[in-house]
Write a protein that binds this ligand. Sequence first.
Ligand code: FAD
Ligand code: SF4
Length: 542
Amino acid sequence: MSSETGTNFDHKIHQLVERHRSEIGDKSRYRRLRLILGDQLNEKHSWFKTVDPDTVYVIAELRQETDYVRHHVQKVCAFFAAMEDLAERLSSQGHRVIHLTLDDTAPYIDLPEIIETLSNKLQVAEFGYQRPDEFRLLEQLRSTHIENVQIVECDTEHFILPFETLDKEFKPKTHVKMEFFYRRMRKRFAVLMDGDQPIGGQWNYDASNRNKFNAKDLNQIPQPLCFSNDISPILKRIEKHQLDTIGMVGQKLLWPINSFQAESLLAFFCEYLLPFFGQYQDAMTENSASAWSLYHSRLSFALNAKIITPMRVIDRALEAWGNNPQGISIEQIEGFVRQILGWREYVRGMYWVNMPDYAEKNFFEAERSLPSFYWTGNTKMNCLKQSVGQSLEYAYAHHIQRLMVTGNFALLTGIDPKEVDEWYLGIYIDAIEWVELPNTRGMSQFADGGLVATKPYISSGSYINKMSDYCKTCHYKVKLKTEDNACPFNSLYWHFIDKHIDTLSQNQRMSMMVNSWRKMPEEKQHALLSKASELLNTIEEL
Ligand code: FAD
Ligand code: SF4
């Protein structure tokens, strides 16, 4: 701790101690201190069922959390605003809560030092925390020891699959097929089931969920529901403490910061977006005022900050489907349930059984630096310009933009997965390591060698052209391969196949493309490879 410890911090503690003395008696002390991390904002946690005047809850803005990666400014604001909102709500319910801002915590080295200071000042006998979902924080809290203070760890009561049973579903260094995991989850939690059979007769309707927008559809996409949370005090703190952030923000934050707003967003989704969710799940466009969010729920921040539980989201969507089976088809509801009951729970399991080694995986030994246009959106490639541009503006891009545009380009060009991770972890409003890492290293970069994905998610420009209207206005021509203005994805795609042919030829799902490459006339191969080399040498100018 530095010598200028915040007096505001001392004042907050003093107030709490005085309150306790006046309520409980002169010599008394608080019995328990409990930590609420920024992504543990579950107001319905059993901790809060009863008001205990002997328990103090601490919610703290921390430099260790704002600085471990460069975050989008909206992400910092969203977490800080939601933390403050919960602190106020719990206080108004009678709980003793100490909300520490950056002004209070900046002088301390890290979280353990703050906890120790608080424990000593409040003279507690017990310190409790909810098990963090991030390996880094779990290690830090499990190695915290405070003299004469008993440390108690408990569950966040958020996920569907109990933490203790993860190792029954997932084994370290072992591929687990998401589809079969998802089916087990459907059966186990009786979601969309008719006895032991899937409702509708099929487990998965992914094949019918691959529509592109046509001009008529574009006019019908609803404007997204955005909130207007005042974040001006937070922005002042960000400036005062000189936090290094990325992206843009106004004075108001559009993301939900409490359970009321999350419920409104969920209700809006169920009414206006769920009827088309699956159908347009993979589509991309630049020609709509709602182009950045389309039919996606944008619930990921509220879910990952634990403002709302995954089961609540599923139940509410099932209720909407039950009330309106004509308007919401089985394809739409199944597609949505699969994301939450399937993918979200799946990546969490893969993360925990494979950490900490997972964070070091680099199967293709990629080592190029991330091009600077990932931080600015200044590129002639329209798909990247749109996807990066909206990420900077909203801290959001939907799954296919993340996987098949920014992720695809990074994989094809051999970007170091560490840099790719840092970008995804920083820029997205919902990025927390347990969910970001398996999606980026695993699904998008195949850096885990196939623990998550069954094949590398790569494509030429034709896939992007099939699912979007980006190519129409692009400087590059999607149908061209080796000309000056040829779409870079085309030659880079074949360059990737050629470079990793030994590995890819062992993957059955890649065999068709590997064979196509092998059968291609040598002259054509040569032209593609030399075009790709030229692009890689001038990557910053693309
Ligand atoms: P919707 O499309 O409305 O989907 C509903 C919900 O399903 C989401 O809110 C999310 O909770 C869940 N979901 C969907 N797909 C996934 C998935 N693959 N993994 C986990 N949950 C999923 N998601 C994050 O929450 N945090 C991340 O840091 C993150 N990083 C990603 C990085 C890459 C490279 C890729 C390809 C995907 C990443 N995803 C991440 C998954 C997905 O892109 C986001 O969950 C989704 O875009 C969030 O927007 P939404 O709430 O509108 O989702
Ligand atoms: Fe992207 Fe190529 Fe289409 Fe341009 S032509 S938008 S670079 S896929």
